[in-house]
Structure formats: C-alpha cells, structure tokens
Design a protein around this ligand. Structure first.
Ligand code: HEC
Ligand code: HEC
Length: 323
C-alpha cells in the first residue's frame, strides 16, 4: 500500500483520527489516570468550609488570570518556594459538576506565584488592605482593587472585621468592613502554605539549591521580606504597620531587641502611642543569621537612621538564647 495521502482519503482521515486518539491517550488520559491517586503531602491538611469558599471566590474573581500556583524547579522560581509536587494539589476537589478541576495552576504571571503565599505573607491585615486597594501597600502595584468584597459601614457589629487603612485610601465617612467572601478569600490565601517534603524525596532535593548570591544583600532582602509591610523607605502604614524611620528600636545602640523582633516576631506593643492591630510575624525560620544581620544593618543605616551595625554572630547568640 502506498502512503498516498492526497488520493486515499480513508488513509488521510484514518491517520488523522487514530493519531489524535493515540496522542490523547498518551498525553492526557494515561497521565490523568496515573495522577488520580496521588496522596496529599504528609503533614498537609484539607481545606475547611471557609477556605473552600475562599477558593470559589479566588476562581470566580479571576485571580488565576494573573497568578500561578505552580513553582517550577528553576532558579528564578526559588523566591516563590520549593518546586510544586503533585501531592500539593491532592486536596483540590471539583467545585461543582461544571468545574471539575478548580483552575488554580494558572499560566500567566502578571503577579507573583501564590503557592506559598501563606508563608511568605502571613499577615491577615496586609491581605485585607491589599485586596481593598493594592496601591495602599505596594505603591507601584498594577493589581486591580476588589472593593466589592468590602462594605463601608457607620456602625460596626461585634464580629465585624474592620480593615485598618492609611488615610489616603480610607473612605471619608465610615469604616471599611470585610464581607464574608473577603474573609474566606483571605483564609484561603493563608491556607496556601507549602508543606515541606521529607528529605530523600527527589522532588524535595531538587528544590533545595542555594539562594543566588545577588539576593545576599540587605536592601534586596529588606525589599523581599519586610517592605510589603514597613514599605520601601521604612515609612510604614499608619495604623497598620509601624515606621522603621526614627524607630527607637532601630536606632538604639544595643540591637538585641531589634534582632529579637525579627527572629521571634512582635505582638501587642504600643509604639509611639499607637496600638497596631496586626502583628509582626516571626521571620527567623525563613532567614539565616547572615541574612538577618544584612537586613538589620540596612535598616540601621538607611532613611536617616543611625543605629550601630551588628554581625551575624550577634544574631546567632540571640537565636540560641531563644525568646
Ligand atoms: C491584573 C492582574 C491581577 C489580578 C487579576 C490579580 N492580581 Fe494579585 N497581583 C498582581 C500583581 C501585578 C501583583 C504584584 C504587586 C502587588 O503586590 O500588588 C499582585 C500581588 C498579589 C499578592 C501579593 C503577592 C506577594 O508575593 O507579595 C497577592 C496575595 C495577590 N496578588 C492576590 C490576588 C488575589 C486574591 C486576586 C483575586 C481576587 C488577585 N491577586 C488578582 C496582579 C493581579
Ligand atoms: C506582615 C507584616 C510585617 C512584615 C513582613 C514585617 N513586619 Fe516588622 N512589624 C510589623 C508589625 C505589625 C509591627 C508592630 C507589632 C506591634 O506593635 O506589636 C512590627 C514591628 C517591627 C519593629 C519594631 C518597631 C518599633 O519601633 O518598635 C521592627 C524593628 C520591625 N518590625 C522590623 C522588621 C523587619 C526587619 C522585617 C523584615 C525582616 C519586618 N519587620 C517584617 C509587621 C511586619
């Protein structure tokens, strides 16, 4: 038989049809069957009702058009967390009969990957401000605001979550209160925490790698770990995050308290007469002694601050002494 495609139409259509079927089986059906029974990653947990509704809001608001939830095993993706593994998605179940696979993986990164956002940005307060108006916390942000997830009220009920906003974005009258969808969406964002994969697993070891050298600098580290709350020039956000400019902690000769706050976090401190609604997350787990000393020295020598600088050994001493 000759492969005479332009004369033998049965051959042509047969080839196309069976080629299509074969490729579908190899590329789509076999992998889908193999991936069906991947167990969740040890130590991770399913979503609760609120987080599940948050996932619904995430999908229906179209967050996935700009955000991925898949970290590739590439150096450029290390800032987002360890490379994603199939078990990361084991708890994603059909949202309803028409939406069998919640579309969270995404394909476009206009904004950062969110696979590990609950660890990278654990502050509820930050997420509420950011959703209400991204520009309030990230000045150059091009993410759109989601004001319809909030309502403006004159009188608040006891279980209302009031969003503390900087004066230039706060409404002239009344206060901004998060609707249930906003609360659930934030619960879902905080649920997005990568569970570490036990060593020995090839996926885990691929993800480790060293942090690229260029990131080992105080300013870059400050921008990636602290500026989302304390802002790029250390000016903070009134009522939500304290300024580091002129802070007595940052300018004191003895840096022990400064180091302690970065290592172990801070909660409930009244700073210059202001009680902050949110808390500072402990960051010692994410940052090495050297990195913390670089950040602290950057804060102590920038924006007009004049604090004494420290060495990585100072951080080590306080880390070992514990809270
Ligand atoms: C038009 C594109 C776009 C859409 C749609 C969008 N975002 Fe964003 N998002 C961005 C950009 C750009 C940034 C980076 C600047 C910033 O932090 O605001 C960002 C940042 C973020 C961050 C902070 C990430 C980090 O690593 O600091 C979170 C959280 C976030 N978005 C959540 C959401 C949620 C939830 C939705 C849906 C309700 C959403 N985004 C919809 C573009 C978008
Ligand atoms: C999620 C938001 C957030 C992030 C990220 C964050 N902080 Fe904070 N920080 C806060 C809040 C809120 C307070 C005030 C807590 C209180 O009043 O109890 C604070 C307080 C502080 C203080 C004490 C200021 C004073 O005058 O007493 C220092 C110093 C500080 N942070 C440094 C840092 C450094 C360094 C980083 C990055 C490594 C960082 N923060 C990251 C929210 C944050």
């Amino acid at each position: 038989m000759k492969f005479n495609f332009h004369k033998n139409h049965q051959l042509l259509f047969g080839f196309v049809f069976y080629g299509f079927v074969a490729l579908s089986i190899i590329i789509a059906i076999i992998p889908a069957i193999n991936l069906n029974d991947i167990p969740p990653i040890e130590g991770s947990r399913p979503m609760n009702t609120n987080e599940l509704n948050g996932l619904n809001v995430y999908v229906s608001e179209g967050c996935l058009y700009c955000h991925t939830q898949q970290v590739r095993p590439l150096a450029s993706d290390q800032v987002f967390g360890r490379p994603s593994a199939p078990g990361d998605y084991a708890y994603l179940k059909p949202l309803d009969d028409l939406r069998m696979t919640p579309a969270v993986l995404g394909s476009e990164r206009t904004g950062p990957d969110l696979s590990n956002i609950g660890n990278r940005q654990p502050s509820e307060t930050w997420h509420y401000i950011h959703l209400y108006n991204p520009r309030a916390v990230v000045k150059s942000s091009i993410m759109q605001a989601y004001p319809w997830l909030f309502e403006i009220k004159d009188d608040i009920d006891p279980d209302d979550y009031v969003v503390s906003l900087p004066p230039d974005v706060a409404p002239r009258n009344g206060v901004v209160v998060a609707k249930q969808d906003a609360k659930d969406l934030v619960a879902y964002l905080l649920y997005l925490r990568q569970t570490p994969i036990k060593a020995g697993n090839s996926v885990a070891s691929r993800g480790k790698g060293t942090v690229p050298k260029e990131f080992n600098q105080g300013e870059k580290l400050y921008n990636s770990s602290c500026a989302s709350c304390h802002q790029q020039k250390g000016e903070g956000i009134p009522g939500a995050f304290p300024p580091l400019v002129n802070s007595s902690v940052v300018n004191s000769d003895n840096a022990d308290e400064h180091i302690k706050i970065v290592l172990f976090g801070l909660k409930g401190k009244v700073i210059n007469g202001v009680q902050y609604a949110s808390e500072m997350p402990p960051l010692g787990g994410n940052l090495s002694d050297t990195e913390i000393s670089q950040i602290i020295n950057y804060e102590r020598t920038s924006w007009g601050n004049k604090g004494k600088t420290i060495s990585p050994d100072d951080v080590k001493r306080i880390r070992e002494a514990g809270k």
